[in-house]
Design a protein around this ligand. Sequence first.
Ligand code: SF4
Length: 347
Amino acid sequence: MRRIVEPLCNWYGRNKRDLPWRKDTEPYHIWVSEIMLQQTRVEAVKVYYERFTKELPNIEALAHIEEERLLKLWEGLGYYSRARNLKKAAIQIMDKYHGKMPNTYEEIMKLPGIGEYTAGAIASIAFGEKTPAIDGNVFRVIMRLQNSKRNISKLSTKKELFQELTEIMPENPGIFNQALMELGATVCIPNGLPRCEICPLKELCESFKTGTMLELPIKDSKKEKVEEEYTVFILLNYNKVAIHKRPGRGLLASMYEFPNVKQKFNLKEALEYLKKQEYSILRILEVESSKHIFTHKIWQMTNYIVYVEEIEDENEWICITTLLDNYALPSAFKKQLEVLKEEMKNR
Ligand code: SF4
């Protein structure tokens, strides 16, 4: 394993992508980018990262931002709990560490929303600590290099790999960790054939020699996602629209959403339901249905635009333009927002 270090780091020096968060080794920049990169493509993250760090250039600014504004900056990235944890951690850093990111893996791990991988990335890249940062890319590269049939879903495999990588950490662990991730992201790729012909490690790669690249790494198969049916109402009253906050725990905790019911209603059923809620309906129209895929479930949504006469209900009624400009709705409601924008144009 030790023999991979030099060719890999040299390759990284020549081939690394020019990414905005690689301009320096500022821990705040590494932190924000790594959190954004969980589940989102590099190309998409670039735009979000630039906007986020322009408005919130340091930990202090992040600690003081209003939650609604923070969520607006995060809109489109999904997983809003990650944005909330960023702010929580920033407040802790202000209180406990005088606004400076703690400089050891162990201390960084104590911050909300920071797991082993992110802590390893910050500690090694920003502070030169000899700590591995193991993400899916790193797992794939090492399992292929070793032609290893170990199951990467097992905690024991992760522990073993952490130990193996710690033992070969060079003097510049940040470069080594980034080089491994970069090789996994651009050469030893997950879907389709890895680009072994241009890989700097092909001479050392056991799975290249035996042709088992596509069989590795081995992991538990994913569970089937559960499908759920919803009926979503875009309730309008002149220039106002109804939204309400989701419960403080669980999926999309404390996020705003359009009123909805966990059931598929046809037009007649939707009308009956709304009448029971004592809405006086002026017009109702079924619009295009939509679907949102979460990590463990799928929402199938039947959508209605409904014009109602003013009534007292449990929703918050806000100006449509305020909703579109200042509120962050989860991307699950992207379609409904598009419908609402279209409706505004046609008025
Ligand atoms: S030779 Fe191929 S399989 Fe082996 S590490 Fe390189 S890209 Fe991955």
